[in-house]
Design a protein around this ligand. Structure first.
Ligand code: SAM
Ligand code: SF4
Length: 459
């Protein structure tokens, strides 16, 4: 590769989960420290970071088509006297397929795994000298220690508290791409949350692949779990809302899990929303998935959350067409859906991932069977979401204003149950991004609600 002038502008394109969004923000902050600024809207960036997702085949394929597009755009820019962008591939595809990317895509200068991106500045120095750089090490917590203080501004913020996974569900790449489970230290998290609130955050979403497995020691040296962390965060003045995602049912049936369930009845700032994936309603499939719970144990956990917080909104993840899944087993999944009555869900066709045990299991399901099952499941889930929204009509709740709606005359925000709520800007008391607005939920749509403003709460 030719040596090139250091980049002045960057663009980070994050795919996949919220943890990738968090990582993307942290990479942006690192680049900011070096005086590299976001490329203005509509302009090519000198450095493009593709922050990739490896969870399903389709997500992983995107990286190569994106690299192709960038090379083409770079050639056009060069023809007009501009420059080829420096391309960096980050995230889980970088971790899983780093070598292959370097072989297949000579235009890529940097490959950096999700646990190594704190070393991005050194890698940029190498790239400026015309050398290609790869770093897919997984040093536990080193990344967080090396990152600069958070700069993120805005009313909602992600905060990664736990990373990696030791569960080894047989279909999943996360334990291989994100490494072993680690919890960030309690003090660091409180400090980061305080900085986010100082910078304007009203709501913090605690993130982890298995966020409810978070464990640490509080400031008095006592062992504590996510509930303890939430109780402490709730004491931060100015922080109005706390959420967490994603939880694993296997970590709910423990003392820490029970404390978390109880926290939903004790901490006003903890929002009435739970994302608890079940994946399948069939115990045979769950065993083959190595999920460490049954349909019944999952439903019992849901019942406990509902007892602690009767209005809690429930969300989940589903995989249809896991190897060997029969029609009867799929119908067991529909039965769980009917029993839970979800507010919002994510559902996927099973995607065989190289290196995972399920990818070589007998009984791989035909794509058309998977597509048909997914359609039936998604129809049922969409009906439930709409029903949940309809049942909210007539309630008054606080909406945290996040941005202007699709129509510039509207504000858009989230209800406590994580529903999107929009209301007219010229209606009632004036509102601004970051305001907590008291709203009457007036009209339900399938994926959002129209609200009528009651009053703007004092900041
Ligand atoms: N740790 C969380 C849990 O176990 O519930 C989920 C983390 S994973 C990043 C997000 C979701 O992707 C999973 O809940 C699952 O539904 C889906 N997923 C993971 N591997 C998949 C695969 N091979 N095919 C289809 N969906 C998959
Ligand atoms: Fe993947 Fe299972 Fe870990 Fe979730 S619990 S990240 S699905 S291995």
């Amino acid at each position: 590769m030719e040596p090139s002038a250091p980049p002045r502008t960057y663009r980070v394109k994050s795919f996949g989960c919220q943890m990738n969004v968090y990582d993307g923000e942290r990479m942006a902050e690192l680049l900011g420290e070096r005086g590299i600024t976001p490329a203005p809207e509509g302009e090519e960036a000198d450095l493009v970071i593709l922050n990739t997702c490896h969870i399903r085949e389709k997500a992983a394929e995107k990286v190569y088509s994106d690299i192709g597009r960038l090379v083409l755009a770079g050639k056009q820019a060069e023809a007009q006297g501009g420059r080829q962008p420096l391309i960096a591939v980050a995230g889980c595809v970088a971790q899983a397929e780093g070598e292959e990317i370097m072989k297949r895509a000579p235009a890529v200068s940097i490959v950096v795994g999700p646990q190594a991106y704190h070393r991005l500045p050194e890698m940029l120095d190498k790239a400026a000298k015309g050398e290609r750089a790869t770093d897919t090490d997984m040093p536990a917590n080193a990344k967080f220690d090396a990152l600069p203080a958070r700069r993120k501004r805005g009313p909602t913020a992600f905060l990664t508290v736990q990373e990696g996974c030791d569960k080894f569900c047989t279909y999943c790449v996360v334990p291989y791409t994100r490494g072993a489970e680690i919890s960030r230290p309690f003090r660091d998290l409180i400090a980061e949350a305080e900085r986010l609130v100082e910078a304007g955050a009203k709501e913090i979403m605690l993130l982890g692949q298995n966020v409810n497995a978070w464990a640490g020691e509080d400031t008095k040296g006592r062992r504590t779990g996510l509930a303890g962390l939430i109780h402490t965060l709730a004491r931060i003045d100015g922080l109005e809302r706390i959420r967490y995602t994603t939880s694993h049912p296997g970590d709910m049936d423990t003392d820490q899990g029970r404390a978390l369930i109880a926290a939903h009845g004790e901490v006003d700032k903890l929002m009435p929303y739970l994302h608890l994936p079940v994946q399948s309603g069939s115990d045979r499939v769950l065993k083959a998935m190595n999920r460490q719970h049954t349909a019944d144990s999952y439903l019992k956990i849901i019942a406990k959350f509902r007892a602690a917080r009767p209005d809690i909104a429930l969300a989940g993840d589903f995989i249809v067409g896991f190897p060997g899944e029969t029609e009867a087993e799929f119908e067991e999944t529909l039965r769980v859906v009917d029993e839970v009555r979800y507010a919002a869900c994510f559902s996927f066709k099973y995607s065989p991932r190289p290196g995972t045990p399920a990818a070589i299991m007998d009984g791989q399901i035909a794509p058309e069977v998977m597509a048909e099952r997914l359609q039936r499941l998604q129809t049922r889930l969409a009906e439930q979401q709409y029903a949940f929204n309809q049942a909210s009509v007539g309630k008054t709740c606080t909406v945290l204003v996040e941005r202007t709606g699709r129509d510039p005359g509207q504000w858009l925000g989230k209800s406590p149950w994580l529903q999107s709520v929009w209301f007219a800007k010229d209606e009632g008391a004036p509102a601004a991004i970051g305001d907590m607005v008291e709203v009457l939920l007036a009209v339900a749509g399938p994926v959002s609600l129209k609200g009528l403003v009651c009053e703007t709460l004092p900041a």
